[in-house]
Design a binder for this molecule. Sequence first.
Ligand SMILES: NC(=O)c1ccc[n+]([C@@H]2O[C@H](COP(=O)([O-])OP(=O)(O)OC[C@H]3O[C@@H](n4cnc5c(N)ncnc54)[C@H](O)[C@@H]3O)[C@@H](O)[C@H]2O)c1
Length: 209
Amino acid sequence: MRARGMGASVIVTEIDAVKALEAAMDGFSVMPMEKAAAVGDVFCTVTGNKDVIRAAHFERMKDGAMVCNAGHFDVEISLPELRAMAEGEPVRVRPFVDEYRIRTPAHTQVSAGMHKRVYVLAEGRLVNLAAAEGHPASVMDMSFSTQALACEWLALCAAEGKMLAPAVYEVSEEIERQVAEAKLGSMGVAIDELTPEQEKYMASWQEGT
Ligand SMILES: NC(=O)c1ccc[n+]([C@@H]2O[C@H](COP(=O)([O-])OP(=O)(O)OC[C@H]3O[C@@H](n4cnc5c(N)ncnc54)[C@H](O)[C@@H]3O)[C@@H](O)[C@H]2O)c1
């Protein structure tokens, strides 16, 4: 959304049909990574998954393509595969920018036998943390509030003798709402409240049918 706001033509790749549909309905081009690889100038992975950009994709990329990751650790871009395809060691062309030179297959836009360059930003680590200043306090305040309230909830569970089985638990809607209300308050944003009639209407299937 931000990149599009700045005039970029943005492609979304997905593995989840619902997310892909949302992106398509929001007006983004949606296509598999193998197709997008040949089109993109800048790639940014944000999936929490591994090997999202890998050899088959590097092969199709344009000369000068840039790849970076803002998702999970440094595993979303397969650097081992890129290293294996590259000739020689990557060259650090400027801080946080490594150039990999790949001998290109004949079908790409670079003539056969020539090198294609792929640039990796911040060694494939979280680019906004490794090569920039991370999130501003105005974003982290929500993360930390959520974490603090989730810890409080855990402590309350323990205090009440409620043992939780080891698992991943969703943060409750109540905590999410508490954080949202506090944040909106700090931003001076007010919202509407349901009237008692509206509340009744929303909870009933008998009215308005
Ligand atoms: N850099 C940062 O500051 C920062 C901030 C927040 C979250 N994160 C990280 O970003 C990652 C994503 O977080 P999120 O909350 O957006 O998660 P999310 O689950 O909401 O979104 C990830 C999306 O990636 C898709 N996906 C998974 N594998 C894919 C693949 N192989 N190809 C294409 N799409 C794929 C999923 O379907 C999902 O829609 C996490 O690793 C999280 O830790 C980083």
